[in-house]
Design a protein around this ligand. Structure first.
Ligand code: SAM
Length: 231
């Protein structure tokens, strides 16, 4: 059984896609996509030997070696330029996901959809999408086992579309769709972050005033104000 988090990612895979799942680990996501009949062909990419081996074993165990190609390598380098129509990258920080996309963007010629699931720092991904001609078309936020995850879905298009009428800096941090929907999980996540920023600010106020601490204090103040506006 797939986790709620990976299920949310799988739900956005278009049927008939050639799927590339990068940082696949155990290859659960491509295995599920093939078994459910949604895709016929998938590539599971992994850079670390242990997870690569567990992907190979999982694919053999489920008898999917014809449909799922497990490849060892860094990020999108395992793909040829026009191979995947849908790319999923899940379960990492947003900074790493954005780095993988940036380093491998020449491999995205035929890619129609990106489904990205950052554990933290989704703002790095939204910024990358804006700078690279990808339009965010949907977002989801969910909680599983006391952890909160975001799922970002993007297609080639007009990258600033979802940000229209919004303060861009806030929309990049909170997510243009998520801040609109403002569900319970969203409120929980950002209340928690806001409390954290407030405690960082309070710590700074107790300490010595240096240029560095003052600029950090200002940074916290900006974030706290942004959170107050959205919550
Ligand atoms: N995608 C799976 C999921 O969401 O359950 C596995 C997530 S796991 C926490 C992250 C995986 O990404 C690890 O197996 C790690 O080895 C792999 N990884 C990290 N950086 C990578 C890169 N540059 N290229 C390919 N795989 C990478």
């Amino acid at each position: 059984k797939l986790s709620k988090r990976l299920h949310a990612v799988a739900n956005f895979i278009p049927s008939g896609a050639v799927l590339a799942d990068i940082g696949s680990d155990h290859a659960y996501l491509p295995s599920y996509a093939v078994i459910s009949g949604n895709v016929q062909k998938a590539i599971a990419g992994e850079v670390v030997e242990g997870p690569y081996q567990s992907a190979v074993k999982q694919v053999e165990r489920t008898g999917l070696t014809k449909q799922i190609d497990v490849r060892k390598g860094d990020g999108l380098s395992v793909l040829s330029p026009s191979e995947a129509t849908c790319v999923t990258i899940a379960g990492m920080g947003g900074g790493l996901i954005a780095k993988i996309l940036e380093e491998g963007k020449s491999k995205l010629d035929k890619t129609e959809r990106l489904i990205l699931q950052p554990n933290v720092n989704a703002n790095f991904i939204r910024t990358w999408l804006i700078e690279n001609g990808w339009e965010l078309i949907k977002e989801e936020i969910l909680e599983e086992d006391m952890k909160i995850y975001e799922v970002l879905v993007a297609e080639k298009g007009e990258p600033l579309n979802p940000y229209r009428g919004k303060k861009q800096e806030s929309a990049i941090l909170f997510g243009p769709f998520l801040m609109e929907e403002k569900n319970d999980v969203f409120i929980k996540k950002w209340k928690h972050e806001k409390r954290h920023w407030e405690s960082v600010a309070a710590q700074i106020d107790k300490g010595k005033n240096t240029d560095e601490s003052m600029s950090r204090r200002e940074e916290m103040e900006t974030l706290i104000t942004m959170a107050s506006e959205v919550l």
